[in-house]
Design a protein around this ligand. Structure first.
Ligand code: G
Ligand code: G
Ligand code: MN
Ligand code: NA
Length: 254
């Protein structure tokens, strides 16, 4: 059995699950969002991380039906959790293949209509390389934005991109790549150049009126620095690890 047919079967047998990781407003400590993170619950191999199967799912095109399932599942979950947290934002990662899909806009429209989630509660995460390589990126982003959803650039700072796109694309959020946050504490003490870089990214985002999120916050020292620099939103193991729906629901109810 090939990995491809195993992935196909996983979809039929509903072996994909989502974990969710909270995002907090830095100033208030308030929970403001969740990122949906895909995992494959394999009957024999156990929990498989997305990096181990998404690349193949991309190549084979299976990421399209898988991605559609992710969006529906995460959106339904957002509606349920909205009873406790009415403005909760649900962030969903899109793959390059999904971004290039003709019916992406229709898919998003339908899922919002079916679930009744308010569009501003859905945030789609894209990477810089997707924006650079898709010929019709501007058009796709505008049409998504017209639906009222939020758009985020994930792994920001790793794409070697032309920054001019920040001016033209209707983006709401920059998610600073984890490596910038981790560099802060790599050698036990913060390198002044790493601090300067991070500070500059936060200032850039704020000058452009974008929400700026730091991912991969693992240490107090990172938290302190990001708070001093007035980074808007924090996400990382220090605050809360990704967890399956059931555990996250229990935590939310506390
Ligand atoms: O959750 P984890 O850190 O293992 O995620 C690893 C990578 O997989 C990250 O780059 C993340 O963006 C990606 N990823 C997680 N969930 C999804 C998903 O539903 N769709 C896509 N396309 N990528 C995802
Ligand atoms: O590429 P993307 O930003 O979507 O990837 C997010 C991934 O980062 C998720 O797979 C999640 O499991 C992982 N993650 C979340 N918080 C932390 C953290 O504090 N440290 C590390 N190393 N990974 C994290
Ligand atoms: Mn992400
Ligand atoms: Na990221």
């Amino acid at each position: 059995i090939t990995l491809e047919s195993a992935l196909n079967r996983a979809l039929e047998r509903e072996e994909f699950i989502l974990h969710y990781q909270p995002q907090f407003e830095t100033q208030s400590g308030r929970l403001i969002g969740m990122e949906a993170l895909l995992r494959w619950q394999h009957p024999e191999l156990g929990l498989i991380a997305p990096n181990d199967f998404i690349p193949l799912a991309e190549v084979t095109g299976l990421i399209v039906p898988i991605g559609r399932w992710v969006m529906e599942e995460a959106t339904r979950q957002a509606v349920e959790w909205s009873q406790l947290f009415p403005d909760l934002i649900m962030a969903v990662n899109l793959s390059a293949r999904q971004f290039g899909q003709q019916d992406l806009i229709e898919q998003v429209r339908v899922v919002l209509e079916k679930t009744n989630l308010r569009p501003q509660q859905l945030e789609l995460e894209l990477t810089e390389s997707m924006l650079m390589h898709a010929e019709e990126a501007t058009d796709i982003l505008k049409r998504l934005k017209d639906l009222g959803v939020r758009l985020a650039v994930d792994d920001f700072g790793t794409g070697y991109s032309n920054l001019a796109y920040l001016k033209h694309f209707p983006i709401d959020t920059l998610k600073i790549d984890q490596s910038f946050i981790q560099n802060l504490t790599k050698n036990g003490s913060a390198d002044s150049r790493d601090r300067a870089l991070l500070s500059a990214i936060i200032n850039l985002a704020q000058a452009l009126n974008l929400t700026v999120t730091a991912e991969g916050v693992e240490h107090e020292l990172q938290l302190t620095f990001l708070t001093e620099e007035a980074c808007d939103v924090l996400q990382g193991y220090l605050l809360k690890r990704p967890q399956p729906r059931e555990l996250m629901s229990l935590w939310l109810e506390e």
